[in-house]
Write a protein that binds this ligand. Sequence first.
Ligand code: BMA
Length: 299
Amino acid sequence: MERFSGNPILRPIPEHPWESRGVFNAGVIYHKGAFHVFYRAFGNDDISKIGYAKTTDGFHIDERLPDPIFEPANDAEVNGVEDPRIVKCEDQLLMTYTAVREYGHRQVFQVALTSLDLNDFEQHNWNWGARRLPFPGIRNKDATIFPKKINDRYVMLHRIEPDLCIAYSTNLDNWCDIRCIMKPRPENWDDLKIGAAGTPFELNDGWLTLYHGVNMNNVYHLGVIMMDKNNPEHILHRSKDPILSPKADYERFGKVPNVVFSCGDALVDDKLFVYYGGGDSSLNVATIPIDELLAAIIA
Ligand code: BMA
């Protein structure tokens, strides 16, 4: 992957209390000629909120809103809304995120899901819909929804440690057929735990999805899988080597060192733009032509 030489593309803004210390993991959609970036941010209170920025060329930010567009709003997420992943599905945006609540030193987290009408999004009316908990009370994160229904059902990837799992729903409220579909690989860069990165893309040969793998030294890498078009439970290919590993200073140092963590990517003109948090502190972008990526995993 080629890192953008101007990384990080987003840094904290000390004058904005909600995003003064870290801006990183971001869900991304490409819509009407621009990349829309929904990023996680925190300040001194350590409570993550979600901000919005836009870039037309994928690298340089042309617009960044001064206030968060999504904040904790109920008990389940009172200590943070983290790691947004966002997808355009029919006429709405679906956003999955991690809802965090703390009991003393114990952190409880779970998957949460909300939606925004595409029209509202285009007008910057942040009228988010109901906040759902697809797996109430289950320790779960890294959820992402496929951009279209498969066999009339919404499909979600999520992570019940340490595995990559799947679930299905007809109405976004009730999720069923929860199954583990991929496990960490012993003695490898993804041997501790794995989870989906951004949203799956439909290509001729199947669904392409980036995922993160953590090893026993707590180093976060990015890899990629190809899933069967009609049955994504069937993993057709899995990258042997990581496609991105912490190397640059902004990946090796930060609030949490040695982390490249992606929640969003976009395929534009046959090039994959991968947005990722570096060291849980800044937002960065790296690109790769899709043919090169496919050659690497199918080899
Ligand atoms: C994961 C998530 C991410 C974070 C990563 C590395 O569990 O909490 O938000 O980027 O750990 O710290």
